[in-house]
Ligand binder design. Structure first.
Ligand code: NCD
Length: 325
């Protein structure tokens, strides 16, 4: 029996989820509405194990992950799929196998859904051209992380009742953050006002073309914010010299209770994780149940990934079906 209506699949007519850029508001809304119904289902303790029965989901993570990988696994299992996670560190990738040869191998196993995280921007899009499976981008380089933006949007919508008209301040290492990029696309498409707050060295090139408002001062950037979204300093992607020291970074760009007071009095705090406590965020705000949505973001991650697996599993199969989003 279907606990959720099939309608949203018709409103999201793509074979893959490679990014948020280019999605239209009704398509984003369809995913959020379906995810909301999965959030309620998850809270009720019920499952829907028949939806993806007989389907295979493979997690292919070439970069570290805790939340994203585990929640895709859980989402697949809650919908009844056979879920495999390839441990890249112990796979033949270490013997020099290329990304495309790995993809061809997985393709030969008739996998239905392929969840890919890779350090190279564009790697999931390349795979999507080579495999029959539906490909989901679980974070590619500094490009996009679409399911993170969807789970952030769902979390915001649940607390503020809407996305349109809200001011969301995204703070810190914008330049290296695929989370920021996907959030900017989604929030602007849905009518939010986006403030990007951080030092000039951590702003992406051509930032003025993204449609957001750029601030190089926390007090100005946080003024009027309904949501304060903090980002991890992506040291693995950061050239030396872009920021002075962790201590100094916190002094100028970190979020503590005093800084949060510069936003709206009812402003809520988000962070995609993993957090570097004391670098971009102080434990007092990260762990404050009245202000922090960080745990709920993780919970919504499972619901959003169930919704994405659901719509893509219902989409027509075969390489010549609809073009990728
Ligand atoms: C993010 C990522 O990997 O892009 N983490 C996540 O998926 N929640 C953010 C980060 O690594 O800082």
């Amino acid at each position: 029996m279907n606990a959720v209506p099939p309608g949203p699949a018709a409103r999201f007519p793509f074979r893959h989820l490679l990014g948020i850029e280019g999605l239209h508001p009704p398509q984003i809304e369809a995913l959020l509405d379906l995810a909301e119904s999965y959030a309620l289902l998850n809270r009720s303790g019920k499952t829907q194990r028949d939806l993806l029965r007989g389907r295979t989901l493979i997690n292919l993570f070439f970069e570290d992950s805790t939340r994203t990988r585990m929640s895709f696994e859980l989402a697949g299992k809650r919908l009844g799929a056979d879920v495999l996670s390839m441990a890249v560190a112990t796979s033949s990738v270490n013997k020099g196998e290329t990304l495309l040869d790995t993809a061809a191998t997985l393709n030969a196993m008739n996998c239905d859904l392929l969840v890919v995280r890779h350090a190279a921007s564009g790697a999931p899009a390349l795979l999507a051209q080579k495999v029959d499976a539906a490909v989901i981008n679980a974070g590619d380089g500094t490009h996009e992380h679409p399911t993170q933006a969807l789970l952030d949007a769902l979390t915001i919508r649940r607390h503020k009742g809407r996305l349109a008209g809200l001011t969301v301040a995204i703070c810190g290492d914008i330049a290296h953050s695929r989370v920021a990029r996907s959030n900017i696309h989604l929030l602007i498409a849905m009518g939010s006002r986006v403030h990007l707050v951080g030092p000039p060295t951590l702003m992406p090139a051509a930032v003025d073309r993204l449609g957001a408002h750029v601030f190089h001062d926390m007090a100005q950037g946080l003024a009027g914010a309904d949501i304060v979204m903090m980002l991890r300093l992506q040291r693995e992607r950061t050239a030396r010299g872009l920021v002075p020291s962790a201590r100094e970074y916190f002094r100028f760009w970190g979020l503590d209770a005093a800084r949060l007071a510069l936003a709206r009095p009812d402003a809520l705090v988000m962070h995609p994780g993993p957090m570097n406590r004391g670098v971009e965020i102080d434990s007092q705000v990260a762990d404050d149940p009245a202000r922090s949505l960080i745990r709920e973001q993780v919970e919504m991650g499972v619901a959003v990934r169930m919704a994405v697996l659901d719509v893509l599993a219902r989409a027509p199969r075969g390489r010549r079906a609809k073009p990728a989003a």
